[in-house]
Design a protein. Structure first.
Length: 335
């Protein structure tokens, strides 16, 4: 297992280097001048040239990339063209909001999708199975941006049950920062009203983000459980007279968990990277919204920093999935 971790970390370094090269070339091929945008609408030619020198945009492409790689080796992702702050600081400021939303969405998806998939598998061909198929088809077909707008229209404008967006309501101060996750920090500080308000703000964006994950995860759970329920050891467990719930959750689900864990890991990375639309619709101050604004203003360092951060997260999640395989199946750990 240690050898696997070392190999994956070495591959991660090569992946980040290759991704940085691809992103650097793509951003430089965009037919626009970020120095002009950073200098402002009424900037003179001299001011634009000054900004271009400050950002090293007057150098050749290979020189610019070498400067960027040297910064990466020091953990420096550059300086934002718009905010003039280090990109690392901007990502640290916005990352907790995205992580909290993604974690909430994935938890919600797991609590709904796995029982739904198990029910569909154990009632194959019955009404519950058909209903789960229809629900999965609807969930994977609805665009997130449309679903988010409909949720706002129904539950905010017409019913007034949930807030429009943001992380906290007006009048609520953020809890003392420990992890910068409002739910956890408010629990640590004992601020129950803040916890309830933060949780209430997570519901609509969390539901919007989890719709596709629920559809994919429920179908994967169903397919994996159907394969396992045909196995001999499940029939033996039932022949011994074990309770059906014990057979399903103790024997079948654990052996069907590897594909489910794989989908969960992949979906976590996808949700982290694909939160741009959800965060924009719900005014959620996360890295997705930061990336959207950076694309609008051609803020190259932030765009590249966001993409590299997503690449890093995907690679780490894949490593954690491999470790989970060994924990779930001793045969994989031994091999």
């Amino acid at each position: 297992m240690a050898q696997l971790i070392v190999q994956r970390l070495a591959f991660l370094a090569l992946t980040l280097l290759g991704m940085s090269l691809v992103l650097f070339v793509i951003t430089r091929l965009i037919p626009a001048d970020p120095a002009r945008i950073a200098a402002g609408e009424y900037a003179t030619r001299e001011m634009i040239q000054q900004v271009r020198r400050e950002l090293a945009l007057d150098r050749s492409i290979p020189e610019q990339y070498w400067i960027y790689v040297r910064g990466l080796l020091r953990g420096d992702l550059g300086v934002s063209i718009q905010t003039r702050r280090p990109v690392v600081d901007d990502l640290k400021m916005h990352f907790p909001a995205t992580f909290e939303l993604t974690l909430f969405s994935l938890t919600l998806s797991t609590l709904v999708a796995i029982p739904l998939g198990i029910t569909a598998a154990t009632h194959r061909g019955e009404g519950a199975d058909h209903a789960s198929r229809i629900a999965a088809l609807v969930g994977i077909s609805l665009p997130i941006f449309w679903l988010g707008l409909m949720l706002q229209l129904v539950f905010y404008k017409h019913l007034g049950w949930f807030p429009f967006g943001g992380r906290l309501s007006t009048g609520f101060e953020p809890p003392p920062p420990v992890t910068s996750l409002y739910l956890l920090d408010s629990l640590v500080a004992g601020q129950w009203r803040t916890f309830a308000d933060a949780l209430w703000h997570l519901v609509l964006p969390g539901v919007a983000m989890s719709s596709i994950t629920v559809a994919i995860l429920s179908r994967m759970t169903r397919a994996s459980m159907l394969d396992v329920l045909r196995c001999e050891y499940v029939r033996v467990a039932r022949a011994k007279g074990l309770p059906e719930r014990y057979v399903i959750y103790r024997h079948a689900l654990r052996n069907a968990a590897i594909p489910i864990v794989t989908v969960l890991g992949i979906q976590f990375g996808i949700l982290m990277a694909g939160a741009v639309l959800t965060e924009t619709i719900f005014s959620w101050p996360g890295v997705g919204r930061l990336a959207f604004k950076s694309i609008e203003t051609l803020d190259y360092p932030v765009i590249m920093g966001f993409a590299l951060a997503v690449t890093f997260i995907f690679s780490v999640i894949n490593l954690l999935i491999d470790i989970c395989y060994g924990l779930l199946d001793p045969r994989i750990r031994v091999s």
